[in-house]
Design a protein around this ligand. Structure first.
Ligand SMILES: [Zn+2]
Length: 74
């Protein structure tokens, strides 16, 4: 019985571990790619979310995201 468990669970565990590490590496690569592409990030003064400086709306020396509720607070 044990060899069945080992024969089924071990490859399954190996497969899941590989999947896990692969997604880990992929997300790491995605992050590195995103960081190399983005020049400057600013945080919204209203909700604190980080946005690309190019996409941010600047009002009286403070940055805001595109959300309606954030802009209406200005
Ligand atoms: Zn905001």
């Amino acid at each position: 019985m044990n060899f069945i468990i080992a024969g089924v669970l071990a490859p399954l565990a190996y497969f899941l571990l590989r999947l896990f590490f692969k997604s880990l590496v992929m997300s790491f690569l995605d992050k590195a790619k995103a960081q190399s592409g983005v020049k400057e990030m600013v945080s919204c003064c209203s909700c604190g979310v980080f946005i690309d400086k190019n996409d941010a709306i600047k009002k009286s020396d403070q940055y805001y995201c595109e959300k309606k509720e954030c802009l209406s607070n200005v």
